[in-house]
Design a protein around this ligand. Structure first.
Ligand code: EPU
Length: 341
C-alpha cells in the first residue's frame, strides 16, 4: 500500500490543476482498503474522497483530507458459454486497457467505448457512454465495500439504477460504497453497433461497412475521438464538461419552432439536446475566459489553456451556463465533479 503526505495531485487530475492533498493512499487489495477505511473511521473529522483516474474532476483548491485510489487489478473469466463470457475486472484497471484486451481476446460489446479516459471502478459509477453504447448494457454485477463497516455488497444490474451518466452510486447511495470490481457480460460473436449514425458513416467512408471487425471499430472510434477531443496530456480537460440536457417535449416544440436546425435525440423523459450545439449557438465555441477555454473542435469540452486554476475553469463554466440559460432557458448541468474542502 502506498501512503504519502502533502501529496501533489497534478498527475491525478486530467485538468492539470496543481493542487495537493494532506494524504494520498493507494491500496492494492480489499483487505488493504478495509484497513484504510478503519483508520478513516477513527478520524471522523478528516474528510476523504475516492478518485479514479481523475478524468472527471475539477479541484477548486488543495484537498484538506485523504484521497483514496484503487490499484486493484486483474481480469478474470468467471463464467462462459457458447455465446457470452462474464469477466470480473479490478476497479483499478485502466478502462481502455480492458477494452483493448477484450477486443484482442474476442469479447465484444465495448469496442465503441474505446479510449474513454478513466478506470473500471468509475465506469460503473458514471455509466460511461459514447458512440451509441452505455456501459450499463454490459454490466452484470458491481462488487463493493461499504464505507460504514467494511462489509462486502454485490450490486445486481437492477440495484445500480442506471440512467444517462447516472447510477445509485452517484445518487441515493453517494459516498457509501467503494467499487472493488465490475463483472461485464460480453459477446463472443461480433455484431457492429451502429446506433450512432455518424460512426456508421465513418466506417462507410473507409469502405468497411460489410467487413468491419471489432478491431476496425476500435481503431475508427480512436481516430474520431482523437480528431475531436483534446489530449489531456497536451491540454488539460475532463472530456464533456456538461451533460446533454433532457428537456420536456413542450419546451422542445417551442425551441424547435424558433431554432429549426436544433439537433435532438429521443430520451426517456423528454428530448435530449446536444449541449455542444447550445454552447456553440450561444457564441462560446473557441472562446476563453482567463486561462480557461471552450474547445474549438467540440464545444462541450472546457480546456485548461495553461496554468488555469480550478476557479478559472469554474468561472468559464458559469459564464457558459449563463449564456445558454439566457438564450434557450436551459440550465446546463456539469458532468464534472467540483471538489473542494
Ligand atoms: N455539436 C455542435 N457543436 C460542437 C459539437 C457538436 O453543434 O462543437 C452538435 C452536433 O449537432 C452533433 C451533436 O452536437 O451532432 C452531438 O455531438 P457529438 O456527437 O460530438 O457528441 P456529444 O453529445 O457532444 C456525447 C458524450 C461524449 C461522447 C459523444 C459521442 C455526453 C455528455 N457526452 O457528446 O462523451 O464521446 O457523445 O458519443 O453525453 C464524455 O462524456 O466525456 C464524452 C466525451
Amino acid at each position: 500500500m502506498k501512503k504519502e503526505r502533502n501529496y501533489a495531485l497534478l498527475s491525478h487530475n486530467t485538468f492539470g490543476i496543481p493542487v495537493r492533498c494532506n494524504t494520498f493512499v493507494e491500496y492494492e487489495t480489499i483487505e488493504e482498503l478495509r484497513m484504510v477505511l478503519e483508520e478513516l473511521r477513527a478520524t471522523p473529522n478528516e474528510p476523504f474522497l475516492h478518485i479514479g483516474a481523475g478524468s472527471n474532476l475539477l479541484f477548486l483548491s488543495d484537498y484538506k483530507g485523504t484521497i483514496l485510489h484503487s490499484a486493484i487489478k486483474g481480469v478474470e473469466i468467471v463464467e462462459e458459454d457458447e455465446d457470452t463470457v462474464s469477466v470480473c475486472v479490478g476497479a483499478g484497471v485502466v478502462w481502455d486497457d480492458f477494452v483493448a484486451e477484450a477486443v484482442m481476446r474476442g469479447w465484444y460489446g465495448i469496442e465503441n467505448l474505446s479510449l474513454i479516459p478513466g478506470e473500471v471502478g468509475a465506469s460503473a459509477v458514471q455509466n460511461i457512454g459514447a458512440y451509441g453504447v452505455e456501459v450499463e448494457e454490459v454490466i452484470e454485477t458491481v462488487a463493493t465495500i461499504a464505507v460504514a463497516d467494511g462489509t462486502e455488497r454485490l450490486f445486481s444490474h437492477a440495484d445500480c439504477d442506471y440512467g444517462y451518466r447516472q447510477s445509485v452510486f452517484k445518487n441515493a447511495l453517494k459516498g457509501q460504497y467503494i467499487v472493488t470490481s465490475v463483472t461485464y457480460r460480453l459477446n463472443k460473436k461480433f455484431c457492429p453497433n451502429y446506433r450512432y449514425v455518424a460512426l456508421q458513416r465513418e466506417v462507410e467512408q473507409r469502405n468497411l461497412l460489410s467487413t468491419a471487425t471489432a478491431e476496425d471499430i476500435r481503431r475508427i472510434v480512436i481516430e474520431v475521438r482523437n480528431a475531436k477531443l483534446p489530449d489531456p496530456k497536451e491540454q488539460g480537460n475532463a472530456g464533456s464538461f456538461f451533460m446533454n440536457p433532457v428537456i420536456k417535449h413542450e419546451k422542445f416544440v417551442d425551441l424547435h419552432g424558433r431554432y429549426p436546425d436544433m439537433p435532438s435525440f429521443p430520451a426517456q423523459n423528454g428530448v435530449k439536446v446536444p449541449a455542444a450545439w447550445l454552447i456553440e449557438q450561444a457564441g462560446w465555441k473557441g472562446k476563453s475566459l482567463a486561462r480557461a477555454g471552450v474547445h474549438s473542435k467540440q464545444a462541450l469540452v472546457l480546456v485548461n489553456l495553461g496554468g488555469a486554476t480550478g476557479a478559472e475553469i469554474q468561472a468559464l463554466c458559469q459564464a457558459v451556463q449563463q449564456a445558454v440559460q439566457e438564450k434557450f432557458g436551459i440550465l446546463l448541468k456539469p458532468e464534472v465533479n467540483f471538489i473542494s474542502t
